[in-house]
Design a protein around this ligand. Structure first.
Ligand code: HXC
Length: 283
């Protein structure tokens, strides 16, 4: 659905770009003409993504940093600007998460997730944002959140708190940096099977239940998310600012009172609804 060079002329930095959804987005951005930098803690996955992009004739580089380390992030962003001569788009995708009873969490466990998701997003946003302001070119920052940023969710409280903070940051900076033509938007993906998320969050037996609970009856396919990210990062979305686009097949809406009834076959639902219907008394 996209023109081949939709993202030509853009330098895009993807945090957590060596694996999972970050990797899929990085490859898609390169396919659409962007020069891509992938940032992460481990060099091996980053190198693999860079090689995959280069093998298809694209341009890419690895930027090594833990997003929790503001100084390393700043140096990595400087490397990107030096190599590519500027930067136009940042995708804050790096995340950390695990399932735990909240009462068992140590302060360090809480900080580990919040440090990556909230502080890490701030470090990258500040490092890229100040350069975008100095360049005067405008730009785009895209934050990957989750629908539980506004619903909350049990057993992932550090991530819930951090994603809610990232969503608030998105909206605050959409206003504050609008004057610099820097757009900030978010995507709230539902369940997209990736090794990182699945190994930490998918309990045995949950997979079928997860699909059953989704109005579409399936999980997301990572390229679907990459296409949305490409659109939001492109100039085609130049008037979208401060928005959060949910891409979850409608999953989060299933929490509403009557939605569980969709698990019934239509005939059974109809019979139950008829039974509740008041009978007209005689004339
Ligand atoms: C309880 C845990 C724990 C667990 C770690 N900790 N794992 N506590 N249950 N499963 C505690 C440790 O005991 C320690 O506290 C503290 O957290 C830090 O642990 P480290 O292992 O030293 O941290 P670190 O190596 O920095 O690893 C960070 C991490 C890890 C977040 C814990 O999981 C990670 O690196 N994840 C990155 C990738 C990832 O999580 N991807 C999934 C994102 S999925 P103490 O007190 O013992 O020192 C996602 C999608 C959600 O976000 C949306 C779904 C719809």
């Amino acid at each position: 659905m996209f023109e081949k060079d939709l993202l030509a002329g853009k330098v895009i930095l993807v945090t957590g770009g060596g694996t999972g959804l970050g990797r899929v987005m990085a490859l898609r951005f390169a396919e659409l003409g962007a020069r891509v930098a992938v940032l992460g803690r481990r060099p091996e996955p980053l190198t693999e993504v860079v090689q995959a992009i280069e093998a298809k004739g694209g341009e890419a580089m690895a930027a090594s940093a833990d997003v929790r380390d503001a100084a390393r992030v700043d140096a990595a962003v400087e490397d990107v600007v030096t190599r590519f001569g500027g930067i136009q788009v940042l995708v804050n995708n790096a995340a950390g998460n695990f399932l735990a009873l909240t009462e068992t969490l140590s302060p360090n466990a809480f900080n580990a997730v919040v440090g990556i998701v909230l502080n890490g997003t701030f470090h990258c946003t500040a490092a890229v944002g100040k350069r975008l302001i100095a360049q005067g070119t405008g730009g785009c920052i895209l934050n990957i959140v989750a629908t539980y940023a506004w619903t909350g969710a049990a057993y992932v409280v550090p991530s819930v708190c951090a994603k809610a903070g990232v969503l608030a940051m998105t909206r605050a900076l959409a206003v504050e940096w609008g004057r610099y033509r820097i757009r900030l938007n978010a995507i709230a993906p539902g369940p997209f099977p990736t090794e990182g998320a699945w190994s930490r969050l998918m309990l045995p037996g949950m997979e079928e239940e997860g699909k059953r609970r989704n109005p579409t009856g399936r999980f997301g396919d990572p390229p679907e998310l990459a296409n949305l990210a490409a659109y939001l990062a492109s100039d085609a979305a130049s008037y979208i600012n401060g928005e959060c686009v949910t891409m979850d097949g409608g999953e989060w809406l299933m929490g509403q009172s009557f939605n569980a009834l969709t698990q019934l076959p239509p005939e059974q639902f109809q019979a139950l609804a008829e039974a509740l219907r008041p009978r007209k008394s005689g004339p």
